[in-house]
Design a protein around this ligand. Structure first.
Ligand code: PBG
Ligand code: ZN
Length: 327
């Protein structure tokens, strides 16, 4: 009785209803977080050539764009700011109380009270050298000097209304520094989602175009995790958990399913997977050439992330949930 012909696995795959009943459901829209790029001013809507369907938007345009997304039941947004110049060595525009992100945080909280509003905390879009932290005289990223600036940035986002701040700079001790600053200022309820296991990846290209945040010289391998070192990648998340992160993250997502699965075994915290810009562009490019069906590819990729153990899906597909992912 242990094998064919008594056992026929095709029985439970015979109809759509059977497949749905026995299989894993696609995650609902409430599990999705949409990353968005915010610029200052009004009525600005700039295409990002490497990310079809995604734009750099001024606050007013972002609110307009969010209305139908919120209606689809999307869980949250993750805000990235794109400054118009004004970059300096310390990235001080990152913590200006009236910068584009801080303004957008206030207006989104006002207009869409049901949406979870998350802000990316990093300096790379604001530094004139494009690194995620300040540099020493020798040109190295100065870990401990960077912590203070990240904490200031996170605090300015919390003051503007972020439910959750999300540090992505991969500095050692950044979670503890930010948690301490938030608690010290009374923001004990502000959550902290750490980009805890963030790899030095070749899949961030389109994002760096969108954010104009590529390093002017060198690369990020001195601070982002190595794809070749699984154990250290897992320690990154373990340390952030010990420092007080509420949510952990693996980024990129699809190239690192094994890391998500291992992390699922290591922690009881929620795990976010960041389906990054290069992964988005990859499926888009395939579909645009007529080599694959976009919705089918996005569903398959999303199921893979769900199977691996993802709780929260950070995804540029989120604004097209109904079209691409609705069961
Ligand atoms: C930088 C940051 C990056 C992304 C999010 N925050 C890229 C980088 O490290 O250069 C990538 C997101 C994406 O590719 O979609 N702090
Ligand atoms: Zn950065």
């Amino acid at each position: 009785m242990n094998g064919f012909p008594a056992v026929r696995l095709r029985r439970l795959r015979a109809t759509e209803a059977l497949r749905r009943m026995t299989g894993l459901a696609l995650p609902g829209p409430e599990k999705f977080v949409w990353p968005v790029f915010v610029v200052s001013g009004r009525k600005r809507r700039e295409e990002i050539s490497a990310m079809p369907g995604q734009y750099r938007l001024s606050g007013d345009e972002l609110l307009r764009e969010l209305a139908p997304v919120v209606k689809q039941g999307i869980g949250g947004v993750l805000l990235f700011g794109v400054p118009d110049g004004g970059k300096d060595a310390r990235g001080s525009a990152a913590f200006h109380p009236k910068a584009a992100v801080q303004q957008a945080l206030r207006s989104i909280r006002r207009e869409f009270p049901e949406l979870v509003v998350i802000s990316d905390v990093c300096l790379c879009a604001y530094t004139n050298h494009g690194h995620c932290g300040v540099l020493t005289k020798a040109g190295e990223v100065d870990n401990d000097a960077t912590l203070k600036l990240l904490a200031k940035t996170a605090l300015s986002h919390a003051e503007a209304g972020a439910h959750i701040v999300a540090p992505s700079a991969m500095m050692d001790g950044q979670v503890a520094a930010i948690r301490g600053a938030l608690d010290g200022a009374g923001f004990t309820a502000t959550g902290l989602m750490s980009y805890s296991t963030k790899f030095a990846s070749a899949m961030y290209g389109p994002f760096r175009e969108a954010e104009q945040s590529a390093p002017k010289s060198g690369d990020r391998r001195g601070y982002q995790a190595s794809a070749a070192d699984l154990r250290t990648a897992l320690r990154e998340s373990a340390l952030d958990e010990a420092e007080g992160a509420d949510i952990l993250m693996v980024k990129p997502a699809l190239f690192y399913l094994d890391v998500i699965t291992r992390l699922r075994q290591q922690t009881k915290l929620p795990i976010a997977a960041y389906n990054v810009s290069g992964e988005y562009a990859m499926l888009h490019a395939t579909a645009a050439r007529g080599w694959g069906d976009l919705s089918a590819m996005v569903r398959e990729a999303t199921l893979a992330l769900a199977r691996a153990g993802t709780d929260i899906f950070i995804s540029y597909w989120a604004n097209r949930y109904e079209e691409l992912l609705k069961p």
